[in-house]
Design a protein around this ligand. Sequence first.
Ligand SMILES: [Zn+2]
Length: 113
Amino acid sequence: MCGMCGTSLKRQRYVYVCDGCGTVRVAAAPLEEQIVPQALTLMGQTQGWTRLVVAGAAEGEQPPAEQRAMWWNSVDRDGQRVLLGILVDYIQVDLVCADGQEHFTWITHPQTG
Ligand SMILES: [Zn+2]
């Protein structure tokens, strides 16, 4: 989701772009790498794990952190996106200017309810 206008970002090959204000463009691969720790954190929460089980993406008891990380790494990119979709409601991308350069920040918003 675009932090400036609230429009959902569209993935176009290697970047995410905003259809609304057109200003947010973020390379897809770095974004997806950045949110891995957040995804693992969400998987580590009882609520997040339960969500995966309910969605049929996982089963049984919540494994320890190391196994969750190994599991994540064993899933291909498309699969990781599916998992993220289960765990995360939306990702807010903000463009911030610092030191005369533009940087992106992203915040994951966990699924609720
Ligand atoms: Zn926008």
